[in-house]
Design a protein around this ligand. Structure first.
Ligand code: PMP
Length: 286
């Protein structure tokens, strides 16, 4: 059965949904996106994603295409129309299709392109990888300087995932000036002596919605959190490591550049944080 997707005000079967060849998202990666998870038919941390969307748009001189309530209604419609129990809702807003190609931004009254679609992932919270942990490699971070804006410029992260795959790993952490920025599509953490270490927020990394929730839960559970840069060498000597993102929640890391962490199985802090995150997020889902 084909999906029902949302394009610029219409709900259509995916085969009938189109955008212009002049769309600036297509020509210039001039657009932003969000991914919101669905568990048990409900949205996880919708308000956080809506807030970050508004911020990404503002930073690029774009406006919210509609109210947060209308955005929520579309998310819920898509969950219902596609019968999603567990999965993700992808949302993208671009600067629209001015009808030709020009580097200059089009007139402000050019309609934005707004697209949303569902990804059905039954059992999303029970992924086998969460039980075994994942292996990562390190790669240079050669992305642009505004990684806090969630743009659709995902070529380098895609290449990073391919580099990891080629090396027999699952994902990559990016390194700049000697320290880890973040994963290709997640925030990165290590745990040493019970202290959770993750890079502080800046324009160097995406301000993960899952990161914010996980750090809040960690502090509530009296775990010690240090927000500072760390190196790959420090990570390799850590007791455990993990990543967070909206679609993988808290995912343990068991190997970094060929070095096994601890006994090579998911550590207790990552395991506990995953449990707390899933439990609390399900409770707060809307
Ligand atoms: N960093 C990057 C580069 C990402 O692409 C993502 C996922 N979109 C994250 C971090 C995690 O963010 P979130 O928890 O909001 O999914």
């Amino acid at each position: 059965m084909s999906r029902i997707v949302y394009v610029n005000g219409d709900y259509l079967p995916e085969e009938e949904a189109t955008v212009s060849i002049f769309d600036r998202g297509f020509l210039m990666a001039d657009g932003v996106y969000e991914v919101t998870s669905v568990l048990g038919g409900k949205l996880i941390d919708f308000a956080g994603h809506a807030r970050r969307l508004a911020r990404s748009l503002t930073e690029l001189d774009m406006v919210m295409p509609m109210s947060e309530d209308d955005l929520l209604a579309i998310h819920r419609d898509l969950v219902a129309k596609n019968g999603i129990e567990d999965g993700m809702i992808y949302l993208q807003v671009t600067r629209g299709a001015p009808g030709d190609r020009d580097f200059a931004f089009p007139p402000e009254d050019t309609p934005q392109t707004v697209v949303l679609f569902t990804q059905n992932k039954p059992g999303l919270a029970d992924s086998p990888a969460a039980k075994t942990g994942i292996k990562i490699i390190s790669i240079d971070d050669i992305r642009w300087g505004r990684r806090d804006i969630k743009t659709v410029q995902l070529l380098y992260p895609s290449m990073g995932k391919m580099m990891a795959k080629k090396a027999g790993a699952d994902d990559a952490w990016m390194v700049e000036n000697g320290s880890v920025t973040e994963g290709t599509s997640n925030n990165a953490y290590i745990v040493k002596g019970g202290t959770i270490v993750t890079r502080q927020l800046s324009t160097d990394i995406l301000h993960g919605i899952t990161r914010a929730a996980v750090l809040r839960f960690a502090k509530e559970a009296q775990m010690k959190v240090e927000e500072r840069p760390f190196t790959i060498e420090e990570a390799q000597e850590a007791d455990e490591a993990f990543v967070t993102s909206a679609s993988t929640f808290v995912m343990p890391v068991v190997e970094i550049d060929g070095t096994t962490l601890g006994d090579g199985t998911p550590g207790p802090v990552a395991t506990r944080l995953r449990e707390i995150y899933l439990e609390e997020s399900r409770k707060a889902a809307i």
